[in-house]
Ligand binder design. Structure first.
Ligand SMILES: *Cc1c(COP(=O)(O)O)cnc(C)c1O
Length: 251
């Protein structure tokens, strides 16, 4: 996907229009897949955009924003603390020593990848007297550089996650291969769905692995066809980013 195909949103009205267009495309993809559009949530991803710009997103109707880097998200949360009903979803790799920031303000975390991180998050959440919705990130592309747990290690982690009362485990997340080969991308989405289905059978009692967070600006229709329940979309709403993707993802 060529980033220049996404024009910069500059006003509340631009953002509102882009949200509506993306939502329409989501609904269409659902209808085509025989799915209920209510079962797919649009998570706008606001990384790289300033706190001041995010006030426009809020005015355009956004009440939850996805951010990849915790320091960047934490700063924006502080700058926008007056918007008390704005929630934050952390979707990028998190080092254990930064878990306390997530515990302080995030509603949702999509990139849980280890037992150690789960332990520290749970401890920090207890101190903050907060709860966190979490998704386990799975490396479905097989690329060594990608974050997330290997699919074969997921069952053991899922079994262990029942011991953390502050974590509400909701499902799985993946970043598909960045490729023009749509069948290879589709393969990543299918793998995540099939893994979710098999993990549900061994999940601790009371844990419902309902969510599949998969699909971005370039591939969300394909992800919906394969069962996505949350699509994480930045550029198609806010415009092309100035930073290359390598700033956010290991290459
Ligand atoms: C940036 C990002 C997205 C959104 O990508 P777009 O191309 O802007 O739609 C989705 N998921 C993660 C983990 C991201 O870092």
């Amino acid at each position: 996907m060529n980033n220049s195909t996404f024009p910069q949103a500059e006003t509340i009205e631009h953002i509102r229009q882009n949200l509506a267009t993306v939502r329409q495309r989501i609904d269409q993809a659902c209808v085509q897949a025989g799915r209920d559009p209510k079962d797919v949530r649009l998570l706008p991803v606001s990384k790289t955009h300033s706190a001041e710009f995010l006030r426009l997103a809020y005015a355009a109707g956004c009440r939850m924003l996805g951010e990849n880097k915790i320091q960047e998200a934490y700063q924006k949360w502080q700058d926008l603390e007056d918007l008390t009903d704005l929630q934050w979803s952390i979707i990028g790799h998190l080092q254990t020593n930064k878990a306390r920031y997530v515990a302080r303000f995030a509603t949702e975390f999509h990139a849980l990848h280890s037992l150690r991180l789960a332990q520290v998050l749970d401890q920090r959440l207890t101190l903050e007297d907060r709860y966190l919705d979490v998704l386990v990130q799975v490396n479905t592309s097989g690329e060594k550089s990608k974050y997330g747990i290997a699919p074969e290690d997921a069952p053991e982690l899922i079994k262990q996650l029942g011991q953390f009362p502050r974590l509400r485990v909701r499902g799985l997340m993946t970043l598909a291969m960045l490729s023009d080969d749509s069948e290879a991308v589709r393969g990543c989405f299918i793998q995540l769905r099939e893994l979710r289905d098999s993990l549900q059978a061994i999940a601790p009692e009371g844990m419902e692995l309902k969510e599949l967070s998969m699909g971005m600006s370039g591939d969300f229709e394909l992800a919906i066809a394969e069962g996505a329940t949350i699509v994480r979309i930045g550029q198609a709403i806010f415009g092309a980013r100035s930073q290359p993707d390598s700033y956010y993802w290991p290459q």
